[in-house]
Design a protein around this ligand. Structure first.
Ligand code: FBP
Length: 555
């Protein structure tokens, strides 16, 4: 295999473990806290998880390892979208497992939850793991988005677990996957299978976090990668002085990624979906907000700028989500065929006009035609509009362009408006993990095995105090049920891990809010540059601004 110099060097990197895990397996003891309760709907969650609810928080400490010696056969899956550091979770898990007993076995189930259902796995050995240490990607075993949630699926997993002698399953995934990990843990316990289930918090979106989980892995590297690119674009914009760059960044629903990138690069504009929803902003209001900045800068002779648009923005605009709901209904069942059979866009436009309510049509009608068409072309397997495919960066730049044309005609805007568009998503999901993510992920995996070894199930591997140097990190575990509440999903009340949206009274948003008016009009760009893997700790082991602000380490 051809290796890049960085790849070779990263194979040699030794991820930093929390201080209490550093003395070797023989010196890791466990301390249990008080019984836990779910964040809401305690009675309902308790009734749904009779075997795994209310368990104590667990912290590891230096001391005599008192875990029971038994051969462990652990299965691991990667679930959902790629996030930098997944390989390190697996290598940390493998190293702890082998350091405990060299006869222990780690099986990697391929392609996400499907691997567990189809009993499709690889058996890891040193050479296999060594080829993936500290590298980005999920290609070690692949990932998938199949949801593991029905009793029938759990029965198949239990059968395959029995066949392979599994003592535990580790699920590396986001809020949905870990919700399912909790349900699987309950099923395994209720059926006395002897199989423990442990989760690890993953997602570049940063929306699996709460008072127990300080960050999901991958967010650090992905936002640093996007911020490098945004900083480079800012420098280009400031050099050429002729374009406004509209940059969409990933984050299917929450705007944590956009906010972190804004904190790192100080662009002129950054939309935050949660704020748009809270203020019930219309498309026209958002357009005016951006156009005001463009106008002020243009009238000062600065015909350039950068606007960050979160991927999930349109769903936060109340009138837009109402429109999408109506479109989904308009094309339900056989109506799609009727619509598709219409001869041209004019006929389709009339069909839409006749089918939508007057309010929804008004919103539809102000959209640029390419977005109108996207709303009807791109459908998911259930026939719904695929909101994530809407080119919102182009939508807003086009609407701003139209607004500026009006202002030009009215004589208020005197500048020029040239547009460029970008979408940064896949560029960051498989980057070499930053030192932070390499260390954090390795620790999560190592820690996951300690939870298994001490007999816990239905827990999320928890490494906290992570804004501090790794030596001071705290390793342990939290029952997943503690993070759950009841939510309405597909017409049913379901127990789920609460998704973390951007908090408008939280320190990261407050900091952004305090500075954004200045950033909008002045040129205050900052250039984070590429992730540094080697060099002084203040450059290489940086945490995110989001975490630094949340922990009061940045004012
Ligand atoms: P997860 O929530 O599974 O971690 O995935 C997040 C994400 O990267 C989103 O930011 C993005 O909208 C989505 O995955 C893209 O998914 P896909 O890889 O299926 O195109």
């Amino acid at each position: 295999m051809n290796l890049s110099p960085l790849q070779k060097a990263r194979y040699e990197y030794s991820p930093k473990l929390p201080g209490m895990l550093r003395n070797g397996i023989a010196e890791i003891c466990v301390k249990e806290g008080a019984a836990t309760a779910s964040v809401a709907d305690q009675d309902k969650i308790k009734a749904l998880f009779p075997n795994t609810y209310g368990k104590p928080e667990v912290t590891f400490e230096k001391g005599n390892n008192t875990s029971v010696a038994k051969k462990q056969v652990v299965g691991v899956i990667l679930s959902g979208g790629q996030a930098p550091g997944g390989h390190n979770v697996i290598s940390g898990l493998y190293d702890a497992l082998k350091a405990t007993n060299k006869d222990n076995v780690l099986l990697g189930f391929k392609g996400g939850p499907d691997g567990l259902l189809k009993d499709d796995y690889v058996t890891f050995d040193d050479a296999f793991i060594d080829a993936y240490r500290n590298t980005g990607g999920f290609d070690i075993i692949g990932s998938g988005r199949t949801k593991l949630e029905t009793k029938e699926q759990f029965a198949i997993v239990a059968e395959n677990a029995k066949k392979n002698g599994l003592t535990a399953i580790v699920i590396i995934g986001g809020d949905d996957s870990n919700t399912n990990a909790a349900t699987l843990a309950e099923y395994m316990a209720a059926n006395n299978t002897g199989v423990q289930v442990i989760g690890c918090p993953k997602t570049i979106d940063g929306d699996l976090k709460n008072e127990d989980i300080e960050a999901s892995f991958g967010f650090d590297t992905a936002t640093k990668t996007y911020s490098e690119l945004i900083g480079n674009i800012e420098r280009d914009a400031n050099s050429a002085k002729k374009y406004w760059h509209f940059i969409k960044v990933m984050g299917r629903s929450a705007s944590h990624v956009a906010l972190e990138c804004a904190l790192e690069t100080q662009p002129n504009i950054c939309l935050i979906g949660e704020e748009v929803a809270a203020k019930k902003m219309s498309l026209a209001e958002i357009t005016n907000y951006i156009a005001d900045a463009v106008e002020k800068r243009g009238n000062n002779g600065n015909n350039f700028g950068v606007a960050i648009i979160p991927e999930g923005i349109v769903e936060f605009v109340p009138e837009f989500s109402a429109l999408i709901k109506e479109i989904n209904e308009l094309l339900a069942g056989s109506k799609t065929e009727e619509f598709n059979a219409l001869p041209d866009w004019n006929a389709k436009y009339e069909f839409i006009k006749a089918g939508l309510s007057a309010d929804a049509f008004k919103v539809f009608d102000i959209l640029p035609q390419f977005v109108q068409q996207q709303l009807f072309l791109e459908r998911d397997p259930h026939g719904n509009v695929q909101v994530s495919l809407i080119e919102s960066e182009k939508l807003f730049s086009e609407m701003v362009k139209n607004e500026l044309a009006k202002r030009k005609a009215a004589g208020t805007y005197k500048g020029k408006f040239g547009q460029q568009h970008h979408f940064f998503g896949y560029e960051g999901r498989c980057a070499f993990p930053s030192n932070f993510d390499a260390d954090y992920c390795y620790s999560l995996g190592y820690n996951a095995f300690m939870l298994i070894q001490y007999g816990y199930t239905g827990y999320l591997s928890k490494v906290s105090n992570i804004a501090k140097p790794a030596e001071e990190w705290v390793a342990g575990g939290m029952p997943i049920t503690k993070m759950m509440n009841m939510e309405r999903r597909n017409g049913e009340d379901k127990p789920v891990i609460r998704k973390a949206l951007v908090e408008l009274d939280g320190a990261p948003f407050k900091y952004f809010e305090a500075h954004r008016d200045e950033w909008a009009v002045e040129t205050c760009f900052t250039f984070p540059g590429a992730i540094q893997y080697y060099g002084p700790a203040e450059v290489c082991d940086l945490t995110t601004r989001t975490l630094a602000l949340e922990k009061g380490l940045m004012k």
